[in-house]
Design a protein around this ligand. Structure first.
Ligand code: MTE
Length: 321
């Protein structure tokens, strides 16, 4: 089935019930409050909805038209919940996010197993409006709520052998997609340490001022805006500091199609399609309407090249795609 036929199959009624997230939201509110200055924190509490008020707007934000929240939460890739774009929101409740803990291990001085609260507590939450460009040649503009991944990583004191950071998603055989061999589970991703520490790289816990829905990677996921969307791993349970380049799910599945770096690059075609243009899913684009959404030129590094091109100045990006 073509991508665009799949879009036409989107349902509108499958957004996960807010109640499912209520407990999670309370936890995140407490964490947000604990990590912020008095005025901002009390403001957020008074509002009763910490993530409704993203406190600071990141200077990295784009002012392009937003993708609607409905589109961003119903047209998803989250293979653990199924391979169809509508599967993740339909099966969202099957992802159990409580309790949640994250293992931090490998080349660092402060490894351990941490609760979600431990992980989030010190971090002030900001809003970053980022473009996310999927390798399938569509893109969205989403207001993410979260903080710089580097601020989290430095807390664990990576040592000089930590050249890469590896990430893993929750593995739960009850999830419908995990009963298939769509990918070699768990979903794995990796970044070079300087990419992981770059201020643009974000750990997201919310979007559109709301706790991040399960289908978008609750309770925390990466957003690496200059790379194809598959680098932005969802529902993270393990972060490992490693010396060697770690294996990554899509690279293992099809090494000629998906490299480790996966930087958005209109000049390096995917073997089966061009990456020169993308379909921007903006505004209330969903279902059939997505078929007619405008095509725009894809920018080198998804338009973030001024910030990140220096990370790759010595590299042949056709070879290291
Ligand atoms: N993370 C996990 N664990 N499993 C996945 O299948 N899909 C990736 C990425 N992270 C995926 C994942 C892909 S291909 C994309 S394009 C983005 O998530 C989509 O994020 P979104 O659904 O929030 O737009």
């Amino acid at each position: 089935m073509s991508d665009w036929m799949k879009i036409a199959g989107i349902r509108s009624s499958e957004i996960t019930d807010e109640a499912v997230f209520k407990k999670r939201r309370q936890l995140i509110q407490a964490s947000v409050a604990a990590g912020l200055t008095g005025m901002i924190a009390s403001d957020a509490i008074a509002d009763g909805h910490a993530l409704k008020k993203p406190i600071a707007k990141s200077p990295f934000s784009t002012d392009e038209e937003l993708t609607s929240e409905k589109t961003a939460t119903t047209y998803n890739n989250f293979y653990e919940l199924g391979t169809d774009k509508s599967d993740p929101s339909r099966h969202a409740q099957r992802l159990k996010t409580e309790p949640w803990s994250v293992v931090i291990d490998g080349e660092c001085d402060n490894p351990g197993t941490f609760t979600l609260e431990d992980i989030l507590k010190p971090h002030a939450i900001e809003e970053r409006i980022y473009r996310l460009r999927c390798v399938e040649a569509w893109s969205m503009v989403i207001p993410w709520n979260g903080f710089a991944l580097g601020d989290l990583l430095t807390r664990f004191k990576p040592n000089s052998k930590a050249k890469y950071v590896a990430f893993e998603t929750l593995q739960d055989n009850d999830l419908p997609g995990m009963q298939t061999r769509a990918l070699d589970w768990p979903y794995r991703e990796g970044l070079r340490i300087d990419e992981a520490m770059h201020p643009l790289t974000m750990m997201a816990i919310g979007m559109y001022g709301n706790t991040i829905p399960n289908q978008n990677g609750a309770p925390m996921r990466l957003v690496v805006p200059w790379k194809y969307g598959y680098k932005s791993i969802k529902s993270i349970v393990r972060i490992s500091f490693v010396e060697k380049q770690p294996p990554t799910s899509w690279n293992m599945a099809a090494p000629h199609e998906y490299g480790f770096y996966s930087n958005v690059n209109p000049e390096v075609s995917h073997p089966r399609w061009s990456q020169a243009k993308e379909r921007r899913l903006s505004g209330e684009t969903s279902g059939l309407a997505a078929l007619f959404s405008s095509k725009v030129e894809t920018n080198f590094m998804n338009g973030y090249d001024e910030e990140v091109a220096s990370l790759y100045s010595e590299m042949d990006l056709k070879k290291f795609f």
